[in-house]
Unconditional design. Structure first.
Length: 259
C-alpha cells in the first residue's frame, strides 16, 4: 500500500508539473470550460422559460442534478480521464510496456495523464452546488455530503470507460466504445423521472448513471433519507469492482499488436 501511495504522489507531481509548462493554455482551458458551463445553464434557463416544470422538477432542482452530474464528471476527468484512452494504448502497442511493469496496469493507466480542461468544470460545479443548495435552503452539511458522494459517483464514469474499452482488448484497439461515456454523462444531467420505464431500469441497474445525480438529489436533498449516504457509495464501489474483475478477465485474453 505504501508503495502505491508513493507512486501516486510521484505521478501527481509529474502531471501537475506538465500542466505548469503550458500555463497559459491551462488557464485558457479553465476559462473555456467555465464559459461552456455558463452557456449550458443559460440554455436550461431558456427551456424553463418555456416549460416551468418538467415531471414535477423545478428549475432549481434540475440545476442541482446538473451540478451533481458535472461535479462527478469533473472529478472523473481530473483524475481518471486516461481510462478513455486505453484503446489508443492498445493500438500503438503502448499497453505492452505497461503490462511488463511490476505495478497494477490500471493504476498506471489512470495516473499517466490528467485533463487540464476539467479544473474549470470542477470549479463551476462546486460553485453551482453551493449556490443551488443555498437557494433551495438545504443545510450546509448536505453540500458536504454531496461533495463526499461525488468522489464515489465519479467511479461510475470510470467504470463505464473501462467497460467500453474491454472491447478494444479483443480488437487490438480498432473498436472503442469508451467515448460513449460522454453520452452517458449528458444523460446523467437529468432526473430519472423524465425517462421511460425501460430506460429507468437500465440507468439504475445496468448502466447506473442514475446514481450519479438523480438518486442523490431525490433521496438526500428532497427526502433526507440519510441511509443513502451509505447505499450510494456502496453501489458505486460494487459496480467498479465488478467492472474491474471483468477488465482483468479480458486483459488475460489480450494479444499484443506487435507494434
Amino acid at each position: 500500500m505504501m508503495r502505491y501511495l508513493k507512486l501516486l504522489s510521484t505521478y501527481m507531481r509529474i502531471n501537475f508539473k506538465s500542466l505548469a509548462v503550458y500555463d497559459l493554455d491551462f488557464y485558457f482551458a479553465i476559462c473555456g470550460m467555465i464559459i461552456q458551463n455558463i452557456l449550458n445553464i443559460v440554455a436550461l434557463r431558456f427551456i424553463f422559460n418555456l416549460v416551468p416544470r418538467i415531471k414535477g422538477y423545478s428549475f432549481e432542482q434540475l440545476l442541482l442534478t446538473y451540478a451533481l452530474a458535472t461535479l462527478a464528471w469533473s472529478i472523473f476527468r481530473c483524475f481518471f480521464i486516461n481510462t478513455l484512452n486505453i484503446a489508443d494504448y492498445i493500438h500503438k502497442g503502448s499497453l505492452d510496456t505497461i503490462l511488463i511493469k511490476p505495478v497494477n496496469p490500471l493504476f498506471q493507466l489512470v495516473n499517466e495523464r490528467v485533463d487540464e480542461d476539467s479544473w474549470g468544470d470542477l470549479l463551476v460545479a462546486l460553485l453551482l452546488l453551493v449556490i443551488v443548495d443555498a437557494h433551495l435552503h438545504n443545510p450546509w452539511y448536505i453540500t458536504i455530503m454531496f461533495i463526499f458522494i461525488s468522489f464515489f459517483t465519479a467511479l461510475i464514469f470510470m467504470s463505464l470507460a473501462i467497460l467500453g474499452n474491454t472491447v478494444s482488448l479483443f480488437s487490438n484497439g480498432l473498436s472503442d466504445l469508451a467515448e460513449a461515456t460522454f453520452d452517458f454523462f449528458e444523460m446523467s444531467k437529468y432526473p430519472l423521472a423524465i425517462y421511460s420505464g425501460v430506460l429507468k431500469v437500465i440507468m439504475t441497474f445496468v448502466i447506473p448513471i442514475g446514481w450519479v445525480a438523480s438518486i442523490p438529489q431525490e433521496r438526500i436533498a428532497q427526502r433526507h433519507e440519510w441511509i443513502w449516504l451509505v447505499i450510494i457509495p456502496l453501489v458505486c464501489l460494487v459496480y467498479f469492482v465488478l467492472v474491474y474483475q471483468l477488465w482483468r478477465l479480458f486483459l488475460k485474453k489480450y494479444q499484443s499488436t506487435g507494434s
